[in-house]
Design a protein around this ligand. Structure first.
Ligand code: UVW
Length: 319
């Protein structure tokens, strides 16, 4: 990182391509438009063993919930349990009915999550050129709701970058490019095809579970790093959805400029690539390493939250 102040995203991404208008002036799901019936049927044909993997991290894990700095983990509160019913004020139901109820108070971007395309922006405009003021008080445009309404089904390719680099986990601030993804795919014996959903494993959150709060000192996650070539590759490959096991999908701070979350803007705001974070890829990765099959059917249904900038999700992979 240099000592000069970080450039503004408007300046940095001045010539970066966009897909604004490609699917009409009203579009709110962007590159997910690349996943139609043809892609769903092709992905379904990958199912041969019936093995199922769920990719959500446990909300309320006794080892803690990794969240973006400034967010807090979900809090689950028990409202009714067996102790409730001893109280004279407890509701009474015929037949002696007892039950447990609870609620959660959670960031919609905590745990494994889908971001609505309007989740990040610069220069006063969000995805498709909508005015950023449409986010005030809740996303009127490009919230997570239209993504949840359509669902996400397609062929996904697991790219195990940690294993490819011979590491237990990638390091703080470690970067990789689209060319590294292609090299990883070659080493795994799989091809990244047009319109593939990318599942990228770094295993970086293992450090959170080992270190607890110390994990946040000098916070800088590893991941994809911005370059104009990488953005063009995503656009040319028509990648609909980027799923990673990190909190924010990309190297947190661009190593050249220090700018935070450049790809959130270059890919999500500008190209309409849907981002999915904090996925648990561990069991799937172990299985792929064993059977050598890295192309899978991927299904995800985020929650339908009106105006939500994100939503928890438990994606499912079927092999
Ligand atoms: C931010 O955009 C700040 O975080 P995330 O995409 O990880 O929810």
């Amino acid at each position: 990182m240099t000592d000069t102040p970080a450039p503004d995203l408007t300046e940095l991404l001045e010539d970066s391509p966009t897909n604004w208008g490609k699917w009409g002036d009203d579009d709110e799901v962007g590159s997910l438009n690349y996943l139609g019936p043809e892609q769903v049927l092709a992905a379904a044909r990958l199912v041969t063993s019936g093995k199922v993997f769920t990719l959500q991290r446990l909300i309320g894990d006794p080892k803690g919930d990794p969240v973006w700095p400034g967010r807090t983990p979900a809090e689950r509160t028990q409202i009714l349990d067996e102790s409730t019913w001893d109280s004279p004020d407890a509701p009474q139901f015929p037949g002696g009915l007892h039950y447990a109820d609870d609620k959660i108070n959670a960031f919609l971007q905590g745990s494994t999550q889908y971001d609505g395309l309007g989740h990040v922006w610069y220069g006063g405009k969000i995805w498709n050129g909508y005015d950023a003021r449409t986010t005030i008080g809740g996303l009127d445009k490009a919230s997570v709701e239209p993504i949840a309404q359509r669902g996400v089904v397609g062929r996904a390719v697991l790219l195990d970058m940690a294993r490819f680099r011979g590491k237990d986990t990638l390091d703080k601030g470690e970067t990789f490019t689209h060319e590294d993804l292609e090299a990883c795919a070659r080493a795994q014996g799989v091809e990244i095809q047009k319109r593939d959903i990318l599942l990228i494993r770094t295993n970086f959150l293992q450090l959170f579970f080992e270190q607890g709060e110390a994990f946040y000192e000098g916070f800088n996650e590893p991941g994809l790093v911005y370059s104009p070539e990488l953005v063009r590759w995503f656009q040319d490959m028509e990648i609909p959805n980027l799923v990673t096991d990190t909190i924010a999908n990309e190297v947190t701070f661009d190593p050249d400029t220090g700018v935070a979350l450049v790809l959130h803007n270059a890919l999500m705001r500008n190209l309409g690539v849907t981002l999915t974070e904090i996925a648990d890829l561990e069991q799937l990765a172990a299985d792929c390493a064993e059977d050598g099959r890295y192309a899978v059917l991927y299904v995800a249904a985020p929650l339908k939250v009106a105006k939500g900038s994100g939503s928890p999700v438990n994606p499912v992979v079927i092999k």
